[in-house]
Structure formats: C-alpha cells, structure tokens
Design a protein around this ligand. Structure first.
Ligand code: NAD
Length: 433
C-alpha cells in the first residue's frame, strides 16, 4: 500500500497553464485555517498545529553492489501526537523533501483524527529513486534507515507504514532490523507488513474498500439507488480497482475505468473483475475489449453520477473543473482536486467527498494491524472488513452531521471534525510546562 500517500506536489501537464499546484504543506496549513474559522478554538492551539513537533534528518550510507559507498538523506517528520503515536508512511522517491514530509505528516494528523483513531500524524522517506536499487541494495538501505530512526520510533511512539516506492517486504525488513537491535520481535513498530510477520488480512484492499463504502453512502445520501448509479474510476490500481470492483459487486454500474494509458468506456457497464488491475497486469486496462476508448482527461468529464479519481494528485484543476459532469466526486487518490478546482465544483453544486475520509481505510486497517500485533492475536478477514465498515460508517456519520449542522462542504466538514478532536485533546492536556 501507500498509506496516506500524497502526490499533489508533482505538477501534472494540465496544471501547467494556469495553476501552480499547492505543496502538501500549503494545503495542510490552509485546511487548518479553513477549519479553524468555523470553530471556537484557542489561537495558541492553532499556532501549535501549524508546526511539526519534530523533524528528524538522517544520513543513510549504502554500499552499492559495485562496492561504491553512497550516502542518502532520510527524513521523519512528526507533526502531532496529542491523540497517540505518530502514524504515517515512509516513501522512497527522488522528490522526497523535508517540506513535503512535514506537509504530509500534517495530512496524516487530520486523517487519523477524522477517523477517530488514537494516532497523530507522521511521514518520512529517503531521497532515492527506488528503481535504481537492486533488491539487496533496497534491503540494506531500509535496514540502515530503520537503525537511524530507531531512537525516534516504536509501537508507542511512531509507527511507519509503506508509501510510494516501499511495500510490505520493505516493512518486513524494517521491522526485522528494529527487532534485532531491540533484542525482541516487535511487529507493532510498522504496519503494512505481510500477514506472516504480523500484517493484517484485508490491509491491501482497505483503501479501495473505504472509497467504495463512502461512495455508496454518498450516493444514498443524495437519494441515488446504487443499482441505478453510474460510476467512473480514474486509476485501476490498488485503490481504483478495489473500489470499482466492490461498487460493481454492490450493484452500481461502473461505466469507465482507466490507467496511465487511457480509459475504457461501456455505457452498459464494464465487468470490472475481468479488467486487469495494475497489480494483476500493469497498465493493461486499454487491452480490454470495450465499446469505446477515451483519454484520461475525458474520463473526468463523463456524465456519471459518481466520479472516483483514484490515480494521482492534481487531476481536477481550474482548467477542467467546469467540465466535470459528475454529481458526486469521491476522492480515492490523495489530493486529486486542486484548491481552485474545489471552489469551482462547489459553486457548480458538485459534491466532493474528501480523501482524508474516503481513502482512510488504509490507515484504519493499519490501526487494526497494530492492535493485532500488540495483542498477538490475528483477526479474520471477515472481522477486519466488519470493523472497517463500522469505522467508516461512524466517520461518515460524524462528517455528515457537520455538513448538515453548518451547511459546509464535505471537505470543510471533515476538517472540522478532525480539528475539533485534536483541539479538544490539546486544550484538555494543556501546555507543558
Ligand atoms: P497504484 O500504483 O496501485 O495504481 C495507480 C493507478 O493509476 C494505475 O492504474 C496507473 O496506471 C494509474 N495512473 C498512474 N498515473 C496516472 C495518470 N497520470 N493518469 C491516470 N492514471 C494514472 O496506486 P494506488 O496505491 O492505487 O494509489 C492511487 C492513489 O491513491 C495515489 O494518489 C495514492 O497516494 C492514493 N492512496 C493510496 C493508498 C494505498 O494504500 N494504496 C492509500 C491512500 C491513498
């Protein structure tokens, strides 16, 4: 998985004309101020939340396969832990930066709080192109990074997870390196591990499942019968394919899906299980037989009831927001809608259900994984999915209550729920010393 990953720092072609995408940090701070304007929160608490508690910068030396030694830079940003240990991914990507880690760690604080998980926000990574590493090099880099971060992390302090460029195997190496140095097996130090070493069933599917649950609830809220609801999904990877297939299973008509090469469209509905997902056969959506092929831009403009952008960030921009014909947008990717696009969609009455709620199934099942590790007791897939369903419904109901009470957008409502919880915890604990 890539728990809580955000790609809204990477400019997309369509943005280049009129709009500079915000950095993750700018987005996180703006959302904080937006939510604060609706709440009676002590200004000192807001000021504290604008700053990460700590940012660790470490050197990660690696002996390459050819014997050369290279030193990479790694970060771990720890935004806030008032509600519990920091939680968030570790990415291996050439664009990792301190500012990006801080911004993404703030997003994780809001995401965990909207889900009412007992976690705060963290994010980190190594500035490296993972494709340039052999498997041995990746393992050594991961182990050394784990060792450099060891004083700052742990099941009660900060619990990393996979993100862009890292995966379940990376987390297994990370957990092993940490455990070897601590002298005992400590599976709860990271989540997103393979089930055989303390990972949870249902973890990989969870973000897509939560997107499907929230899309189903949103359709119901706006009086659509799911059996008559049409859906388009951009991106057919872990999030997009799982969301599309579940919605299809539950009776919705998934008329279009896409990958990086383009989209397939069938107004009568696609058989989503027969379309290869990114994991099953990378970038093969267009090889599937369908009445029509569309570009990735056009899938966003289809006249459907529900649009799920589940590929990358910044795809709905000021340039194309006026062309979005869907009634409801459920954000599967992190940050698919730019700030400017959000206002245009709002003015046009298009409902946008935000990423921090919709794709939060990943971090929620990470929480379940952590509980299983601490209790040394594995849950069945059925239990994981039942608990995820009830956590998603409860978060949906909390956000819905704010939408109704304050007449605000779904995004503002989600941030209001998150900020009230964090601010109340901060005020109750007080400022030390
Ligand atoms: P993935 O790599 O499994 O799949 C991505 C899909 O998007 C692929 O089908 C790919 O072909 C397609 N794609 C890539 N670039 C594209 C482009 N420019 N235009 C259209 N399609 C494109 O990724 P994923 O794990 O499903 O993640 C998708 C999004 O969801 C990302 O924004 C990620 O940050 C976010 N997210 C993922 C998780 C998770 O655990 N997987 C959790 C929360 C959020």
């Amino acid at each position: 998985m890539s728990s809580g990953t955000v790609e809204n720092t990477e400019p997309k072609e369509s943005d280049e004309k009129t709009e500079e995408p915000e950095s993750a940090l700018e987005t996180a701070r703006r959302q904080l101020e937006h939510a604060a304007a609706h709440l009676d929160v002590d200004s000192g608490v807001i000021e504290r939340l604008k700053h990460p508690t700590k940012v660790h910068r470490v050197a990660v030396p690696l002996e390459r396969d050819d014997g050369e030694v290279e030193v990479f830079t790694g970060y771990r940003a720890q935004h806030d832990d008032v509600r519990g240990p920091y939680k968030g991914g570790l990415r291996f990507h050439p664009h990792v930066s301190e500012e990006e880690c801080v911004g993404l760690s703030m997003w994780m604080t809001w995401k965990c709080a909207v889900m009412d998980l007992p976690f705060g926000g963290g994010k980190g990574g190594v500035v490296v192109d993972p494709k340039s590493l052999s498997s041995d090099e990746k393992e050594k880099l991961t182990r050394r990074f784990a060792e450099e971060l060891r004083p700052f992390i742990g099941p009660k302090k900060d619990i990393p997870a996979p993100d862009m460029g890292t995966d379940a195997q990376t987390m297994a190496w990370f957990m092993d390196a940490y455990s070897m140095q601590e002298g005992e097996t400590i599976p709860g130090v990271v989540t997103g591990k393979p089930p055989v070493v303390g990972g949870s069933e249902g973890r990989d599917e969870a973000p897509g499942r939560s997107v499907a649950i929230i899309a189903r609830e949103a359709a119901d809220y706006y009086d659509y019968d799911l059996e008559e609801t049409t859906v388009a999904v951009q991106g057919f990877g872990s999030v997009g394919a799982n969301a599309a297939r579940l919605l299809d299973d539950w009776g919705a008509t998934v008329v279009a899906v896409s990958d990086v090469n383009g989209a397939i469209y069938d107004p009568d509905g696609l058989d989503t299980r027969s379309v290869p997902s990114h994991e099953e056969e990378p970038e093969a959506v267009m090889t599937h037989d369908a009445p029509q092929k569309l570009s990735n831009e056009k899938i966003l403009e289809l006249d459907v009831d529900v649009l799920v952008p589940a590929a990358v960030g910044n795809v709905i921009t000021a340039d194309n927001a006026a062309d979005v014909e869907a009634d409801i947008v459920v954000e599967g990717a992190n940050g698919p809608t730019t700030f400017a696009a959000d206002s245009i969609l709002q003015e046009r009455g298009v409902q946008v259900v935000p990423d921090i709620l919709a794709n939060a199934g990943g971090v929620t099942v990470s929480y379940f994984e952590w509980l299983q590790d601490i209790n040394r007791r594995q849950w069945s897939l059925e239990r994981v999915n039942d608990e995820l369903e009830s956590h998603m419904l409860s978060a949906w109901n909390d956000v819905r209550a704010e939408v109704q009470a304050r007449d605000v957008s779904w995004r503002d409502a989600a941030y209001i729920v998150a900020l009230s919880r964090i601010a109340e915890a901060k005020s109750t604990r007080g400022l030390w010393p």
